[in-house]
Design a protein around this ligand. Structure first.
Ligand code: 0PR
Length: 373
């Protein structure tokens, strides 16, 4: 049988030119401080290239990449502490979140179900609510940017299909009180979804009270293409059981496989293969080392900013937010730093694997040279 994977081919002229330009531009990874994606690990890059022309959406035709996807879910499941994980490699956290809301909505059989989440949750849930016709109840966060449990309690009712907790929020890297959210969900017979799209590959190495050990979660988003160092597109949707995932299955009459649970039909095998390659290479020791390095960098940066008089949000995971004036922020961007701001205007730096201490020192050096403060 012919192999599913192809040889690496020559690069087109146009792509070569753009790649060369990118390297001479400041957008190359050496100034990117705001992204939640990173340079794929070399083994992940190689695997992605080799499986680029495969489609895990058709396992009857592309069996190898399907086998790889089973491996990916088994590893993601063990990272997340699920005993019998089901799931698939999605296009990203957005798809995983939409699908989790869909599972909960379809199981709930309520007339107009609602979903309760903290205001810190990612905007992909707005898309989910819009597409799926569920009511989104957004509750405030507390002084430490975590879901306010009283507010969650006050918002759930018999029509609640899903309670959402975030493990590693997009703006402040906070982890919501997951076990308590689970209890609230159970008290109204709703499901619990944890969005660990960004935090999933760092949380197991922290000393949080909750770090996946006692998983009460029904579904989870955990993205290899963020802290997992896989190539885009590689998101992860996990469900506690095959039965839950089956809520998503539709019949596929003319394919050799009988049903499909994914949102997209044709998918890139590149994401699947690169996720497996990265996790095989890095789980657990490599990810642990990466977490320690990223966390130290975040604390170093937080310290440097604090010493210069800025208000800093303590980085509980490797993400730093600090109250830097707009003019300073703009001047740093003009110097080529790719930085972003929270909804309330704080500078936000995500210490991804490509972010080195040298980069941060050079960033602080530029900050010191500005005279706008
Ligand atoms: N859940 C959380 C907690 C997230 O932070 C994100 C994305 C998602 C879900 C959605 O994931 P996908 O974008 O994979 O569908 N957070 C970043 C954001 O939207 C993603 C990002 C990535 C931003 C790379 C910039 C960038 O350069 O801001």
């Amino acid at each position: 049988m012919r192999s599913e994977t192809g040889p690496l081919s020559a690069t087109s002229k146009r792509v070569n030119v753009l790649v060369r330009d990118m390297q001479s531009e400041p957008q190359a990874f050496d100034r990117v401080l705001s992204s939640m994606c990173t340079e794929p690990h070399p083994v992940a890059r190689d695997a992605a290239e080799r499986f680029l022309a495969t489609n895990p959406g058709d396992p009857g035709t592309y069996p190898s990449v399907s086998t790889l996807e089973e491996d990916a879910i088994a590893t993601l499941g063990s990272i997340a502490g699920l005993e019998e994980p089901a799931g698939y490699i999605a296009s990203g956290g957005t798809e995983a979140n939409i699908q989790a809301v869909r599972i909960a909505r379809d199981r709930a059989e309520r007339r107009r179900p609602n979903v309760v989440m903290p205001e810190s949750a990612h905007f992909s849930f707005q898309k989910a609510a819009d597409i799926l016709g569920v009511e989104l109840r957004i509750v405030p966060t507390d002084d430490d940017f975590r879901a306010d449990l009283e507010a969650v309690r006050a918002s759930v009712d018999e029509a609640t299909a899903l309670v959402i907790g975030v493990a590693g929020t997009t703006e402040y890297g906070r982890v919501d009180p997951i076990p308590e959210l689970g209890e609230i969900a159970r008290s109204v017979d709703a499901m619990l979804h944890v969005d660990a799209a960004w935090g999933g590959f760092v949380l197991p190495f922290t000393d949080y009270d909750w770090n996946f050990d006692h998983a009460t979660v029904d579904t989870m988003a955990i993205d290899p293409h963020k802290m997992g160092q896989a190539a885009v597109p590689a998101g992860g949707l996990l469900a506690r059981s095959e039965e839950l995932l089956d809520e998503l299955a539709v019949d596929t009459p003319y394919l050799e496989s009988t049903s499909q649970a994914t949102l997209t039909g044709t998918r890139s095998g590149a994401g699947v293969a690169s996720a497996v390659a990265a996790m095989e290479e890095l789980w657990p020791e490599g990810y642990k080392r990466q977490y320690v390095r990223s966390q130290n960098n975040a604390e170093w940066l937080a310290d440097a900013l604090e010493k210069r008089g800025y208000d800093v949000v303590d980085p509980t995971l490797p993400l730093v937010a600090a109250d830097v004036p707009r003019s300073t922020f703009d001047a740093l961007r003009a110097k080529g730093w790719r930085i972003s701001r929270t909804a309330t205007g704080e500078l936000r730096v995500v210490c991804m694997p490509h972010v080195t201490r040298e980069m941060l020192a050079s960033f602080i050096g530029d900050l010191d040279r500005l005279e706008v403060r």
